[in-house]
Design a binder for this molecule. Structure first.
Ligand code: XUL
Ligand code: CO
Length: 442
């Protein structure tokens, strides 16, 4: 057992809201029962490999800043990858998050050829399997990095060159096989560079047809190998390309409907991607449940002023309560969970900062779960919403929806009727209700 985190000598424990211990949970109490399930069962926390273990703090303006001795550790690339994995599993275990997630290239170095990359991945999947058996950690999802290598400069599935499509297909096949071997609960396809910069060089209709063909092949392969996890698309409106095809949940829904892929694929909603698309997090969750394609969550956040993907750990209980409320209302997670696709600020250079970030994120989500669950159980919001639509449950509203009235019939009726009576939308009352539930969490 390695000791990359010597300051954390025992697993992070729940100590309650009055604790001042920075290395303890104040709200996340894994075994506490909330609405019939433990907090751990509701929240299904996962740590991501890439931001936490493969990123040293570099940005487009400068080199890495973070103390990450497991990155580029001495020895050959496989020995270095094994050191990194040892650090990751030491962290997962000490934090007490039950799940993790990875891209193929996070855990295994890309080789000089495709065949070597596949061999590297197989070695590291064996290594991961041993760590998972030893520590009891589980895989929330795996994915392929089909966007970093220059070969993917013009996309993977949506590349104008079928040779690149074929290479990406091979890579995703290997990553899906790896996810299956590790018992992954889901497999994610985030668009990466599946989008475009300018219509001057792009055939958008053709590229989306290619994307559908690719996804169809992924589904076929999933069935062929007997992978029982869920295939998830992760919407994002832009970055890295100017126009990403999987813009938001609505765009993914239209895409799945158009190419007859409904029922096979769901969505992995990232909070910061929702806000970049001009939506609230809660909106995207509600849209996904409405369309029957809710899958999982990347639990990070942006910044009110900055219009790029900041991947901050979640700190706003209000924002997350509204999202958790929609998740619980929709029935909660099945194969999905809350995955911290979140990274530290570049000046948070100490290894222990990784613990502080995750503890804060897990406590924020646990508090949000408690508030959301109480709101739901008391019908604090559903009651007023039902009242607001009561007319549609009555005889007249029911007749309209059953198609028993025509446009001209309603015109004749309007001629004979007084002006409809308006009712208050009561938004501020309801905002105060939410605030009260958050204040009262214990
Ligand atoms: C990129 C992003 C990815 C996906 C996995 O914005 O969120 O990390 O979650 O490829
Ligand atoms: Co993400």
């Amino acid at each position: 057992m390695t000791d990359f985190f010597p300051n954390v000598t025992k697993p992070i424990a729940y100590e309650g809201p009055d604790s001042d211990n920075p290395l303890a949970f104040r709200w996340y109490d894994a075994d506490r029962i909330v609405a019939g399930k433990t907090m751990a069962e509701h929240l299904r926390f996962a740590v991501c490999y890439w931001h936490s273990f493969s990123w040293d703090g570099f940005d487009i303006f400068g080199a890495g800043t973070l103390d990450r001795p497991w990155i580029n550790a001495p020895g050959d690339p496989i020995a270095a990858a094994k050191q990194k994995m040892a650090a990751a599993f030491e962290f997962f275990e000490k934090l007490g998050a039950p799940f993790w997630s990875f891209h193929d290239r996070d855990i295994a170095p890309e080789g000089a050829s495709f065949a070597e990359s596949v061999r590297n991945l197989a070695i590291m999947v064996d290594e991961a399997q041993a760590h998972m058996e030893r520590t009891g950690r589980k895989l929330l999802w795996g994915t392929a990095n089909a966007f970093s290598n220059p070969r993917y400069q013009a996309g993977a599935a949506t590349n104008p060159d079928p040779e690149v499509f074929a290479y990406a297909a091979g890579q995703v096949c290997a990553a899906l096989d790896a996810t299956h071997r590790l018992g992954g609960a889901n497999y994610v396809l985030w668009g990466g560079r599946e989008g475009y910069e300018t219509l001057l060089n792009t055939d958008m209709v053709r590229e989306q047809e290619q994307l559908a063909r690719f996804l169809t092949m992924v589904i076929e392969h999933k069935k062929k190998i007997g992978f029982s996890g869920t295939i998830l698309l992760e919407p994002k409106p832009f970055e890295p390309t100017k126009h990403q095809y999987d813009y938001d949940v609505a765009a993914c829904h239209a895409f799945l409907e158009k190419f007859d892929l409904m029922g096979e694929v769901r969505t992995n909603i990232e909070v910061n991607h929702a806000t970049l698309a001009g939506h609230d997090f809660a909106h995207e969750v509600a849209a996904a449940f409405g369309a029957g394609i809710f899958g999982s969550i990347d639990a990070n956040a942006g910044d009110d002023r900055l219009g790029w993907d900041l991947d901050r750990f979640p700190v706003s209980v209000e924002q997350m309560t509204l999202g958790m409320y929609e998740i619980l209302k929709g029935g909660g997670f099945s194969t999905g969970g809350l995955m911290f696709d979140a990274k530290l600020r570049r000046q948070s250079i100490e290894r222990d900062d990784l613990f502080h970030a995750h503890i804060g994120g897990m406590d924020t989500m646990a508090r949000s779960l408690l508030a959301a669950s109480a709101l739901l159980q008391d019908g604090a919001l559903s009651g007023p919403v039902a009242d607001r639509y009561a007319g549609w449950d009555g005889d007249f509203g029911g007749q309209i929806m059953k198609g028993e009235h025509t446009l001209s019939g309603l015109r004749d009726r309007a001629v004979a009727m007084p002006e409809p009576v308006r009712a208050s939308g009561r938004q501020e009352v309801l905002e105060n209700v939410v605030a009260r539930y958050i204040e009262r969490i214990r």
